[in-house]
Design a binder for this molecule. Structure first.
Ligand SMILES: NC(=O)c1ccc[n+]([C@@H]2O[C@H](COP(=O)([O-])OP(=O)(O)OC[C@H]3O[C@@H](n4cnc5c(N)ncnc54)[C@H](OP(=O)(O)O)[C@@H]3O)[C@@H](O)[C@H]2O)c1
Length: 311
């Protein structure tokens, strides 16, 4: 069993809060959560923790975390769960180096490609794992999060064996989260990349729910995007079947048809998106052969500029 204060979370937003919720339900009572801003810390203190609305039951839970500022590391953590957005990852790496214990495991939870690679490069001595998140959550305010459902995370290390992850399995399972350890995490990353590469930009550009992808034009664009994802995956030694992948992506769009993707939410709120880590990554991998993903990346970058001006 994981003893207290051994699991620390960096980033108390949508994903970090839901992970804290499952950890707490699994019996962990002291969970340090690191924030970028003092405002988030005082809001969490005011409410006595993070308020998580579990949409499955309709019930609200207060998760009594220990809020901390990223500039003041004060824990020794066997597990560091890094749940900030991809563009913020570089700013968290010093913090990681100061709180992780010698045999600790760093779990990177960002969508897209680049964050895991950055952490692996910066910490060659540390067990760096990746977690692919299959739940949906949304931050309503600094200390309030709605958990929409989906209850699994698939995790694994690429560079070193990290058996330690198995103790997270026990605690998360006790809390109701299906946390699984796999030895081919990259396979899951590519599948998730395909889903994000289709749903995120198409919903952001059209400012629509995920169901927009199911329109005739959406499906055609999905096919083109996925063709390039498969080509990029091939460069990395992964043979993906474009037809099966398209089916997979459309199924996800169907089951989440009423959701707004994180990218459309970011655009509407005037925030920076993770496009550089999703379609931008595919475009960079393929150069001239990645024009569809290149174009989508540039359109979303323009949208970021216009939405920032108007917000
Ligand atoms: N939301 C989902 O349903 C979902 C699902 C799957 C995957 N993901 C992925 O999970 C990642 C996190 O997304 P999210 O939606 O949870 O983000 P989010 O709600 O925007 O939360 C980000 C959190 O990171 C904190 N933060 C930023 N910079 C920091 C720093 N330097 N040190 C410490 N904390 C810092 C922020 O602190 P402040 O509160 O102080 O600003 C905030 O609490 C993304 O890569 C996303 O693609 C999300």
């Amino acid at each position: 069993m994981i003893s207290d204060k051994k699991v620390c979370i960096i980033g108390g937003g949508a994903v970090g809060s839901v992970l804290a919720y499952f950890l707490h339900r699994g019996g962990v009572t002291e969970i340090p959560v690191y924030y970028a801003t003092r405002e988030s810390i005082s809001e969490v203190e005011k409410r006595g923790g993070i308020v998580v609305l579990d949409k499955r039951s309709g019930l609200e839970y207060v998760v009594p975390v220990i809020p901390r500022h990223y500039s003041q590391p004060s824990d020794e953590c066997l597990f560091v769960l890094n749940a900030v957005k991809a563009p913020d990852v570089p700013l968290t790496l010093d913090l990681v180096s100061r709180i992780i214990t010698e045999n600790g495991v760093l779990l990177m939870l960002q969508n897209g490609f680049g964050s895991l690679e950055l952490a692996e490069e910066r910490f060659p001595e540390v067990k760096v794992a990746c977690g692919v998140v299959y739940f949906a959550a949304e931050r309503l305010s600094r200390a309030r999060v709605v958990y929409h459902g989906g209850d699994s995370v698939v995790a694994g290390c690429r560079k070193k064996p990290c058996e330690e992850l198995r103790s997270l399995v026990v605690v998360f399972k006790a809390g109701g989260l299906d946390f699984r350890v796999v030895d081919n995490i990259d396979h899951y990353r590519w599948l998730k990349l395909a889903v994000n590469a289709v749903i995120n930009p198409l919903t952001a550009i059209t400012r629509s729910k995920n169901s927009i992808v199911l329109e005739e034009e959406g499906v055609k664009l999905a096919e083109l995007i996925i063709g390039e994802v498969c080509e990029a995956a091939k460069k990395h030694g992964y043979e993906l079947d474009p037809a099966r992948l398209l089916k997979h992506v459309l199924r996800i769009a169907e089951v989440s048809r009423d959701n707004y993707s994180s990218m459309v939410q970011d655009i509407l709120a005037g925030r920076r998106t993770e496009i550089d880590y999703i379609n931008g990554f595919i475009a960079r991998e393929l150069g001239d052969r990645g024009l569809v993903n290149y174009t989508l990346t540039k359109i979303v970058k323009l949208l970021e500029k216009t939405s920032k001006r108007s917000s």
